[in-house]
Design a protein around this ligand. Structure first.
Ligand code: 5AD
Ligand code: SF4
Length: 481
């Protein structure tokens, strides 16, 4: 096969829908012959961010086209796939542990096919380790070749040897992929792939490739489809959605695009739904975007804006390209435009060379901004990134103490906020049922969880509720209508 992944030159990109279908049907017949007509079962597991979750939804879509059904039990599976994450060492260790354990499953079922994909396997050292020490893994493919998955699985099934496809085919976008979404209420909608920011601690630009944006027409069509299908909460995804369309001319209609314009265009789609986006990089978060957020009918007043660290020296060493003052200014502007805005953030504790005094500046910033919630990480060195070469004298146990201080501070802030919401009326989306006590999991558009009593039929609808209790970061409510 040639020309499978084409350069993003504004033409049709990725494997054609026909080719994907062709290979799906080939796999379907091989599996039928192998299992004597029994429906093949797939077990797929996703590690890491929403970008990976979204990729897995496309992989599962292709598996469905190949005739697979899905199982939660690896022992029952004919095909197992792990979609991996490389952002922190801990995530990689877990994958190695779980892949190691599959050896026994494979011993019991020798015809089982085991596949690994995602960011982690895109790292050469990891791919070599799998080649050498995990012979029970049959198929390994990287982040750039997802649309070739049916072809690669066909090769694995028929070629009699292991398949490794880890090309660095950058600037490629996989369109035309069938999707099997995990839920029917919330949906992920990727608008761009890759990252060009090279924060010095981060492996993502090396494993996900250069920043590239999807054609606005394709995004709008997918968004329309989601609203028509009844999805109520749509999150636009990218490592840095604020730089949508900055790097490549993406529009098939010849028009100039940027992220605020995309948001406004999607917002024109009629329907009862909430529009979110993540992740935003503070250096590219403009007033134009905040205006669009404030004015769009469907945009949630929720901004996930990772600041990572409160010290200007550390921010510079991280190559984040903004200062603490610029970040705080941005928050001030956002709050002026949307007084009810809910802010969330990512924080790294213990970047190489960070002192306790510098960490205290992170703590101060957290206390000043009063985020709704935080994603907090202890720095994890990633081989091949500039930060991994820096001296890192502070022991892990000390960083863990800093982390505890940060979590305690945030818990107090979240509890305070929850208490202040007592007695208020909130419009929430009913997202699901808590199997433990049959209560409903609901969410405000500002991304706060509210648990209510109510009929399971309400899942997927917006309801009004009154907040009647407040635990640390979860609210209890009573449905009014
Ligand atoms: N160590 C710890 N946290 C990291 N992140 C990215 N790289 C690392 C690393 N090497 C965090 C950042 C980013 C989030 C997705 O993961 O906070 O925003
Ligand atoms: Fe990593 Fe920075 Fe890109 Fe986010 S913006 S993916 S932290 S390099």
């Amino acid at each position: 096969m040639s020309g499978i992944l084409q350069e993003n030159s504004g033409e049709e990109i990725g494997v054609s829908a026909e080719k994907i279908q062709e290979y799906c049907q080939l796999v379907r017949s091989v599996m039928e012959a192998r299992l004597g007509g029994k429906t093949p079962l797939a077990f797929t597991h996703t590690y890491g961010c929403q970008g990976n979750v979204s990729d897995s939804e496309r992989i599962n879509g292709m598996l469905k086209e190949m005739g697979f059904d899905f199982t939660d039990d690896p022992e029952k599976a004919d095909f197992i796939l792990f979609n991996t994450c490389a952002v922190r060492e801990h995530a990689e260790d877990r994958v190695f542990g779980n892949v190691g354990a599959l050896k026994h499953v494979k011993n019991r079922n020798p015809s089982l096919i085991i596949a690994l994909c995602g960011c982690m396997v895109q790292r050469e050292t990891v791919a070599n380790k799998i080649r050498a020490s995990y012979p029970h893994v049959n198929l390994v493919f990287g982040t750039h070749v997802i649309s070739r998955f049916p072809e690669l699985l066909y090769k694995t099934l028929t070629g009699g040897k292991r398949v490794f496809e880890l090309s660095q085919a950058d600037n490629s976008i996989c369109e035309n992929l069938p999707v099997r979404r995990d839920g029917s209420v919330k949906a992920w909608l990727p608008i761009m792939y890759g990252c060009d920011n090279y924060c010095t601690y981060c492996i993502v630009p090396y494993v996900r490739g250069r920043e590239r944006s999807r054609d606005a027409a394709n995004i709008l069509a997918e968004a329309r489809g989601l609203v028509e299908a009844g999805y109520k909460d749509i999150t636009l995804l990218g490592q840095n959605v604020n730089s949508y369309a900055v790097k490549n001319s993406v529009s098939s209609d010849g028009a100039e695009w940027n992220f605020p314009k995309l948001l406004r265009e999607i917002d024109k789609i009629e329907g009862d739904y909430v529009l979110r986006f993540m992740t935003s990089h503070p250096k590219d978060c403009t007033e134009e975007l905040l205006d669009a957020m404030a004015e769009c009918r469907h945009a949630a007043h929720h901004l996930h804006l990772p600041f990572q660290c409160g010290s200007n020296r550390v921010l510079k060493a991280m190559n984040r390209k903004y200062t603490r003052e610029k970040y705080l200014d941005l928050i001030k502007t956002a709050r002026e435009k949307m007084p009810d805005i809910s802010l969330t953030s990512d924080i790294i504790v213990g970047f190489p060379g960070e002192t306790y005094e510098e960490f205290r500046q992170t703590l101060d910033l957290v206390r000043e901004v009063k985020f709704t919630s935080l994603f907090t990480f202890i720095y994890s060195p990633r081989e091949g990134t500039p930060a991994a070469k820096l001296d890192d004298p502070v022991p892990h146990s000390e960083k863990a103490r800093w982390m505890k201080e940060l979590l305690d501070a945030q818990e107090a802030i979240a509890a305070e906020r929850c208490k202040s919401m007592m007695g208020t009326r909130q419009r929430v989306l009913v997202e699901g049922v808590d199997q433990r006590d049959n209560s409903l999991f609901c969410r405000t558009s500002t991304n706060i969880t509210v648990k209510c009593q109510g009929a399971p039929e309400l899942v997927g609808s917006f309801v009004e509720c009154e907040i009647t209790s407040a635990r640390n970061w979860i609210l209890g409510g009573k449905i009014i209508k």
